[in-house]
Design a protein around this ligand. Structure first.
Ligand code: SAH
Ligand code: SF4
Length: 352
């Protein structure tokens, strides 16, 4: 199967197309002009275009389906070249605001939730992606293409920055090399120019990989899917906790390099009667002491036959208040795309 040119950094491309300024031109066509074929790249000589199309494809994804939610989020189902499918979500975070004279006060803001694998090996009890098992890692180009295609499809201009959250299907740190390469390609100022601080890696807590990512010093933000404050419950919900318990995750976080102005996000999926009590909130405060943390409470999002329930609004609010009153920054995540199951962690796709 042919590789995609999106799999390559600019440096790598300059080994493929000579002289090296051609790599810059190619990047320009792909990431700034949103070209759909090698053919249309006018200033690239014919022989190079032929060399490229003989050996590589431009876009490794095909849009199969788009579902739009009443709150404006959009779920994309993409087909990969080998027939597997993955999902990604466009989340409008802030609507464009104009004053009475029609002058734009601020532009709309977007986050794009991307997948890192087809399926997932971790097997969390509450997660829909886990149900289909693991198929394969995504290549860097397949990660890049999710953002590129969604920007294109929504006419989001090249110079409009978007945030990326690696919270789609898969465990990003279980595909750390391709992930790191995708982060680099996203960052390229001559490409999509999405800085590391606009990229958040969400992990189920692979402590050794968190340490490895920290040593790479990429400057990305980290989100930990914690969900439970004692090992007994966490093991039941997330089998990975047997290999890496809560203490090891917290220790890995403590050694992770964070910009002094930023925080590590802890995601806490709240399930009725399981982890929604004040005793858990108390333990959470203790666990996070000394860490520049921000807790994001997530309502469990039920799916057909799901074994857990959504917590009550009251319990959710009290949990949040407890944390806030004990100096832990805490917000409740607005569940975007509920009506189309587009909340992160709600992504599921069928087999080829
Ligand atoms: N594998 C990574 C990233 C993908 S999951 C991780 O686990 O962090 C992204 C987030 O969605 C995680 O915090 C996950 O716990 C959450 N999630 C999974 N199933 C969910 C559900 N049914 N309702 C709400 N959030 C869910
Ligand atoms: Fe994998 Fe994350 Fe789902 Fe757990 S929650 S099975 S780690 S995608």
């Amino acid at each position: 199967m042919k590789k995609s040119v999106l799999d390559f950094t600019k440096d790598e491309l300059s080994q493929i197309v000579k002289p090296s300024f051609r790599a810059k031109q190619l990047y320009h066509w792909i990431y700034q002009k949103y070209a759909n074929s090698f053919e249309e790249m006018k200033n690239i000589p014919k022989d190079i275009k032929e060399q490229l199309s003989d050996n590589y494809i431009l876009n490794p994804l095909e849009i199969v389906k788009i579902e739009e939610s009443s709150d404006g989020s959009k779920k994309y189902l993409f087909r990969l070249t080998d027939g597997f499918t993955i999902e990604s979500v466009l989340l409008p975070m802030k609507k464009e605001k104009v004053d009475e004279d029609g002058k734009i006060i601020h532009l709309s803001k977007y986050s794009i939730c991307v997948s890192s694998q087809v399926g997932c090996k971790i097997g969390c009890a509450f997660c829909l992606t886990a149900k289909e098992g693991f198929k394969r890692d995504l290549t860097p180009g397949e990660i890049i293409a999710q953002v590129l295609e969604i920007k294109k499809d929504n006419d989001i201009a090249q110079n409009r920055r978007v945030n990326i959250v690696y919270m789609g299907m898969g465990e990003p740190l279980d595909n750390i090399n391709n992930l790191a390469k995708a982060i680099e390609i996203f960052k390229d100022p001559e490409g999509l120019a999405i800085g590391a601080r606009r990229q958040t890696i969400s992990t189920s807590g692979l402590s050794a990989q968190i340490e490895k990512l920290g040593k790479m010093n990429l400057g990305v933000l980290l989100a930990i899917s914690l969900h439970a404050v004692d090992d007994e419950l966490r093991e039941k919900l997330m089998p990975i906790n047997r290999a890496y318990n809560i203490e090891s995750v917290i220790n890995a976080v403590r050694s992770f390099p964070i910009d002094a102005r930023k925080r590590v996000m802890f995601e806490y999926l709240v399930m009725k009667g399981l982890n929604d009590d004040i005793k858990s909130a108390k333990k959470l405060v203790k666990l996070l002491s000394g860490i520049r943390a921000k807790v994001n409470l997530i309502y469990f999002n039920p799916y057909p036959n799901s074994p857990f329930q959504r917590p009550s609004q009251k319990d959710m609010f009290e949990f949040k208040e407890y944390l806030n009153n004990h100096s832990v920054l805490c917000t409740i995540r607005q569940s975007k795309g509920l009506d189309i199951s587009a909340a992160c962690g709600q992504l599921y796709s069928s087999q080829p």
